[in-house]
Ligand binder design. Structure first.
Ligand code: HEC
Length: 243
């Protein structure tokens, strides 16, 4: 019995590790992977604001075109900025590792599976919780990823976000984040919507066949239901003379 309990406890360790995420409360992203317009807007934000530093190396441009309901020409014109890239290529970037390390102290990670690793709610929260911190190299810190080595790329949309800390001097606790009025070009609802689009896009990238799989799943269930009924009727028919 003791052994069994130990095994069960050990099996739960990875779950506990996963649950112990960042201390801040995550906001729900509520992404809709069937909303192609939202995914397209997210793709636009990604290639314009993230792909300078981050690749999504398992995603191909033409696959994205097909899944997001765009023509290959639309993707070539609006979403492909690297003249060396072809429509069948993966969405990699050209930043050499040594440069990245010199500039940021670390390499910007590939974001293909970021929503699987961290969750969509985490990404949505991360994107909206950059705040001004003059002590950081890029003047910005992040509530979901303390001391992140990444600049706040959307400050002109969101505006200047200021953090208020409570707790003690040695152990400051983030209490609230507020935007300085008039510093961003988007209202906070608009900014949240834009970040939801970007989160939706990266959620799609993390599992490109999810929508297709769910669509197929419904047909599989209908098929099973249909054959259950058929089998039942057959059984009734075969056994009707057996007493
Ligand atoms: C100027 C370069 C640059 C740009 C532009 C940039 N990032 Fe980053 N990003 C980084 C670096 C460097 C890190 C690694 C930070 C660290 O480990 O401290 C990072 C880390 C991240 C992480 C955390 C990854 C992890 O380890 O869990 C996420 C998520 C992320 N970036 C998303 C984005 C998104 C989305 C965009 C576009 C809106 C973006 N980044 C734009 C440089 C950049």
């Amino acid at each position: 019995m003791k052994k069994l309990i130990t095994i069960l406890l050990l099996a739960a360790v990875p779950l506990l590790g996963h649950a112990a995420g960042p201390a801040i409360k995550l906001d729900k992203a509520h992404v809709d992977l069937r909303d192609q317009a939202s995914l397209q807007r997210g793709a636009q934000l990604f290639v314009n604001y993230c792909m300078g530093c981050h690749s999504i190396q398992y995603q191909r441009y033409n696959r994205m075109a097909r899944d997001l309901g765009m023509t290959e020409d639309e993707v070539r014109e609006n979403l492909m900025f690297n003249p060396d890239h072809r429509i069948g290529d993966t969405m990699t970037i050209a930043m050499p590792k040594e440069h990245a390390e010199r500039w940021f102290g670390t390499t910007p990670p590939d974001l293909s599976v970021i929503t699987r690793a961290r969750g969509s709610d985490w990404l949505y929260t991360f994107l909206r919780t950059f705040y001004v911190d003059e002590s950081r190299p890029f003047g910005a810190n992040n509530a979901a990823f303390p001391d992140v080595g990444m600049p706040n790329v959307f400050w002109h949309y969101q505006g200047e976000q200021r953090a208020t800390f409570g707790g003690s001097e040695d152990n400051p606790v983030l209490e609230s984040l507020t935007i300085v009025p008039g510093t961003g070009s988007m209202s906070s609802e608009k900014f949240d919507d834009a970040m939801r689009d970007l989160t939706a896009f990266l959620t799609y990238v993390g599992d490109p066949i999810k929508v297709e799989r769910e669509r197929l799943g419904i047909w599989v269930l209908l098929f099973i239901a249909f054959f259950t009924v058929l089998a039942y009727l057959l059984k009734k028919d075969y056994f009707k003379d057996v007493h």
